[in-house]
Design a protein around this ligand. Sequence first.
Ligand code: NDP
Length: 500
Amino acid sequence: MDQSSIKLQLPEAPRDFGFFVNGKTVPAGDREVFERHSPAHDVPVTRLPQCTAADLDDAVAAARTAFADRRWSGLSGADRAAVLLKAADGIRARLEEIAYWEALESGKPIAQLRGEVGGCVGMFEYAAGLARSLHGDSFNNLGEGMFGVVTREPVGVVGIITPWNFPFLILCERVPYVLASGNSIVAKPSEFTSASAVILGEILTEAGLPEGVFNVVTGIGATVGQAMAEHHDVDMLSFTGSTRTGRAIVAAAGASNFKKLGLELGGKNPQIVFADADLEDAADGVAFGIGFNGGQCCVSGARLIVEASVAEKFAQMVADKMAKITVGDPLDETTQIGAITTDAQNTTILGYIEQGKSEGAELVLGGDVMDMGAGQFIAPTIFGNVTRDMAIAREEIFGPVLTVTPFQTLDEAIEIANDTDYGLAASVWTKNIDKALTVTRRVQAGRFWVNTTLAGGPELPIGGFKQSGWGREAGAMGVEEYTQVKSTHIEIGKRNHWIG
Ligand code: NDP
């Protein structure tokens, strides 16, 4: 698609996408088709095939054949890196197209998406370096007669199930790292936001990835996703989504082939603000931490835990910031928060807002839908006087809803922060280095931010403590997770005989 032909206006007709197997786009044929309506405009924007379990079998078979004949895993790291670098160029070249269709399917702002897709270029570039630097270990200290080598091998066929909140970004936090060591992939994007995964298939093939190494099966989680979790020929599965579905995946893996799992699940992430913080900076950061992507991030900073002496003043500073966020049309380049992506999520968020009101929390800001003429939009919302037992303080809302809970002492702040089943991310705002370090050491979270929030990039690994998941994605660990470790003992010279 010619990039210059993309205009920031609604398409005249929904675009048809296929799914992607063995290096080729497969049209829907006589399969059922999903028609995705833009959650911001209520018009159909894309059409994608509803694949069946038989389609999944075909994709897994293609990935298995590609893995078994070593067309990718047998290449040198340098050759794999060359393909990943070309894919980075391909993403750069089609950035506007990916951002446009994802804005329509997800309701995210176009300006935000350009940044996200640009970040994915960096993921491929960084993983290309890792393809060349991945290595094992050796033991030269086992005596004159023995040498030990530890090598890393790709796991095999890797399934990747992704959610609707960061369709392209979450995929690209996994795909280049999984490919770096030589695995084959079958991806199952969310039924609501599948287009960008299919475009990635085209980009990878154009970059020279051999056929069958990357496949995309579009379809419904409860059927195709569940079948992937149960599949005996999928060696590892990376799942990102709700903790509820994560439990089903663990059960399915245990009941089938004990496939290795990577899980990135929910979060209820604290933003701890001390009175000695740069409060202007912190207020902007807290507003960004909950407002970005309409709060539909697993790492959203949803719980503001603020020192009591400044709690009221600081909550007002955050409210002033959040009241200025531009909510609106995702295709408008000035929009900061777009639509709520799914109807179910919209209902869930509004339900929690009602629950917050009925539980006795104080509504400081927002608390209602925003009428934009079409689509589903929710005003940035803050609840004050939130106690730890309230559902809005304990459960993942996954929307632009911030709760405010004051604390008196550092120990109490840490206790409140850890009083959750989750452990995905946390932020601390203070100019006191001792407090910052004490909090980062004692709060249980896989990602931590000090005097900033939601920072990221390809270098640092991501993942959660507690019920937020297993394993790590991205960084060097993001490649190592998708390898098996093999230990080899090598006899030098003649063995001491056991018999005679
Ligand atoms: P899900 O966990 O249902 O969906 C995530 C992915 O899993 C989608 O691709 C989905 O497919 C697929 N899926 C659904 N059921 C199964 C299954 N039985 N086996 C295998 N795959 C399956 O999340 P929801 O979209 O329902 O969101 C619900 C809640 O999850 C949110 O409110 C939020 O709290 C949390 N969430 C967390 C995310 C995170 O980044 N950690 C991301 C998204 C949601 P399909 O789209 O077809 O259903």
